[in-house]
Design a protein. Sequence first.
Length: 121
Amino acid sequence: MAYSIAGGGSAVLIGPDSYHRDGPADRWQHDRGGFPFGWPTAFYRSEFQPAAAIRVLRADSKAVELGFVRPVITAWFTLDLDPHTFVLRAMHMRAEGRLMDDTVTATNQPISIRPPIGSGL
């Protein structure tokens, strides 16, 4: 897993190793033993709850965009799907005090996981 905050910190987690830095110009720090991380229970491990207010926001030859609300967590989601395969390309979530933007790339392609450049490893 990796994340970065525009103009702020970044982290890369590979198994028990974590690499982090406070800003784009700072050196990477390596920690053995990992970084505690868990998915929010309320969203990812809750019982399936049907979405409410499902709506097609856009449907053309370039994209299918769906919008829906999860009332249990009071969040608005939009999904960007490939119009031919319906493979997810992006997901956006907005909720009080939270936002998430996920982009899906290289679907069904091999991945390569490496320590960040400049980490000394």
